[in-house]
Design a protein around this ligand. Structure first.
Ligand code: SAH
Length: 390
């Protein structure tokens, strides 16, 4: 097994559970190819763990184990999957939802591997091609441990390397998998959908929206396939407008209303830019009792942070302005470069620009099926704030 000496200043981070070593922080690893398992050496060339090597990523090494005697390989993958499945069984109410994240990469100590469970089907997505040489082993492990109806491979985030989406084992998933989430029925298109098909990280936040939806006129911006819209409507909202740039997503939202016996004609479905739609609502003096704002990440890279802050502020200020006095806003951000403190600062600035006072009702982060190591703050990405706009 190739080896790499971890600089002294980083060994304690690795030992504490930080799962990444950056290429510019470690010496070059000679003779190793992407996907190689590498032994990490600490002071005095003592082994301190094992990692997965990616020759082309800024994240050169993803730490697989720091336990003495533990070997990276199929047996370890199997143990990790068993532990992840047991954690879900022990922390989620699997009677009320059959859509959840089974493996959350770094948080389940299989860094770079994401597996979502949709009513018996698994959808696997990788953050790095370094897992490709181990894909068959992962597939076999998942089949044996989880016994799903099938496993669909969604490819590699960022698509640096061609890896065709395909069924890896078992049955082909149907065009739409119908899943249950806290009393809602959601249709999931794992092939054409974004991410693995659904934004499962917002599951518990959708339940919050359902709880506060009664009697409200709702605007849901960046609605994707209408998860929040449906939650609001099933919670008793009188009218819900769903806005997303992607036509297919808006049509998906309409289909989801039908799948829940809601008349789509009684609600609004708009394929448009959310900023444009906000401007149009302001121009026509429309107001809402609840506005939901869940945009894609405006800061995919750290360098984009300044521009992202300005965009988040503009967006949330415009949304807050559309809320009736005493109405609600639900503001979310999924950028890992915007930590919670910064997001709250952005919302304070948004409220100032909108000349409204916000009172916070709930501040939420990722749910239990999206664990993050405490020593890996970069892994915390989701912010969800529910507030009253005075
Ligand atoms: N709230 C959703 C997830 C939203 S993901 C849920 O719970 O399922 C972000 C969505 O924003 C995507 O569906 C994407 O198509 C959409 N989007 C991206 N840019 C947009 C824009 N400028 N205007 C409107 N929608 C946009």
């Amino acid at each position: 097994m190739p080896t790499v000496v971890v600089p002294d200043r980083l060994t304690s981070h690795v030992a504490a559970g930080h799962p990444w070593l950056y290429a510019d922080a470690v010496p070059a690893i000679s003779g190793a190819h992407t996907g190689a398992l590498v032994t990490l050496l600490g002071q005095g060339r003592r082994p301190i763990g094992q990692a997965l090597f990616d020759a082309d990523s800024p994240i050169a090494l993803r730490v697989l184990t720091t336990r003495r005697g533990e070997q990276a390989g199929p047996e370890l993958w199997r143990r990790r999957v068993e532990e992840a499945a047991a954690l879900r069984r022990g922390t989620l109410d699997l009677r009320s939802t059959d859509a959840f994240r089974l493996l959350h990469g770094e948080g389940d100590r299989l860094p770079g591997v994401v597996v979502d469970h949709y009513a018996g089907f698994l959808v696997l997505k990788l953050d790095t091609p370094a897992w490709l040489p181990h894909l068959d082993d992962l597939r076999d492990t998942l089949m044996e441990v989880v016994r799903p109806r099938g496993i669909f491979f969604k490819g590699i985030s960022g698509e640096r390397e061609a890896a065709a989406p395909r069924t890896l084992a078992g049955d082909e998933p149907p065009e739409h998998i119908a899943v249950r989430e806290h009393g809602m029925r959601l249709l999931v298109d794992v092939r054409r959908g974004q991410k693995t098909g659904l934004f499962l990280d917002q599951r518990e936040n959708r339940a919050v929206v359902r709880q506060v939806g009664r009697g409200r006129r709702v605007l849901n911006l960046f609605s994707y396939t209408g998860g929040f819209s449906l939650a609001a409507a099933l919670g008793g909202a009188t009218h819900v407008t769903s806005v997303d740039l992607a036509k297919g997503a808006v049509e998906g939202a309409r289909q989801n209303f039908i799948a829940n016996d809601l008349d789509p004609a009684a609600h609004g479905f708009v394929a448009a830019d959310a900023f444009d739609h906000l401007a149009a609502c302001a121009a026509s003096k429309q107001q809402f009792d609840l506005v939901i704002v869940d945009p894609p990440s405006f800061a995919p890279r750290k360098q984009a942070l300044r521009a992202a802050e300005a965009a988040y502020t503009k967006l949330n200020a415009a949304a807050i302005r559309l809320v009736v006095p005493g109405g609600l806003v639900a503001c979310a951000s999924c950028s890992s470069h915007v930590p919670m403190d910064m997001f709250l600062k952005i919302l304070r600035e948004s409220a100032r620009v909108a000349r409204r006072a916000l009172r916070v009702l709930e501040i939420r982060q990722e749910p239990a099926d999206h664990p993050t190591p405490l020593h890996f703050p970069e892994g915390r990405y989701l912010k969800f704030v529910l507030a009253v706009a005075e």
